[in-house]
Design a protein around this ligand. Structure first.
Ligand code: 13P
Length: 250
């Protein structure tokens, strides 16, 4: 099976209003880079406008979360179908900020992944250990348990992506050693193959957590690192495009 096309995805989190669309426009204008996919996941309020900015370019737009149901009495929530209608093609699910801040469980993330499939969105499913779990030597056990618990069997053969984001590396400027990143990515690939057979070789496995222009190239060159999920450094086109420039191309 051919290796997955690398994906560099930006997660804007709860940042960005209309004026920030100039950054997305600059990224869209520079997105015609062969052998690598580019995506931005803005707040829900910007998905539709950013999709319009990206129209005709190779920049893909995604949501940051979705509800498991298509519609209903869920005040404040957005469904996968709504994101799709607004122009999204991807959706981040199970980000640690949602697992920790909103009590999202593996079972809920599984339901949301099924919703993404139902709506025709490619899920980017996030996993990652806390600092305490790493210090206790439990990182691999936690991550593989999250993979097994959060990915429905229905994903087999469908486009999906996994993101390894150690909780303690997010927004801190800290990153695991290259050896530790490679070890976790290897374990994730082995788990995906165990769950999905040969189809488990297809999904890209992204690294996320304090990826910057200065450290991206060495992380992205690691075996089984199929791209990056970038937070803070995705808010500025120059930083995001510098990360893309350092990415190996398929
Ligand atoms: P930072 O790149 O800001 O550390 O955020 C990573 C992240 O959480 C992406 O989803």
């Amino acid at each position: 099976m051919t290796p997955p096309t690398p994906l560099i995805a930006g997660n804007w989190k709860m940042n960005g209003t209309g004026p920030a669309l100039v950054e997305a426009r600059a990224i869209a204008d520079a997105a015609d880079v062969a052998g690598v996919r580019l995506a931005l996941c803005p707040p829900a309020t910007l998905v539709e406008r950013m999709s319009r900015e990206a129209a005709g370019s190779r920049l893909e737009i995604g949501g940051q979360d979705c509800h498991a149901d298509a519609s209903g009495a869920f005040t404040g929530d957005v469904s996968a179908e709504m994101l799709r209608e607004a122009g999204a093609r991807l959706v981040i699910l199970g980000h640690s900020e949602r697992r920790a801040g909103y009590g999202e469980t593996d079972a809920l993330i599984t339901a949301k992944a099924l919703a993404a499939l139902r709506a025709g969105l490619e899920p980017i499913i996030c996993v990652g250990e806390t600092r305490a779990e790493r210090e206790e030597g439990r990182a691999l056990a936690v991550v593989t348990r999250q993979i097994r618990g959060s990915l429905p069997a229905e994903l087999a053969g469908k486009p999906f992506t996994v993101a390894y984001e150690p909780v303690w590396a997010i927004g801190t400027g800290l990153t695991p050693t290259l050896e530790d990143i490679a070890e976790v990515h290897h374990a994730i690939r082995a788990t995906l193959k165990d769950m999905f057979g040969e189809a488990g070789a297809a999904p890209a496995i992204l690294y996320g957590g304090s990826v910057k222009p200065g450290n991206a190239a060495e992380i992205l060159a690691l075996p089984e690192v199929g791209g990056a999920l970038v937070g803070g450094a995705s808010l500025k086109a120059a930083d995001f495009l510098a990360i893309v420039a350092g990415a190996p191309k398929a």
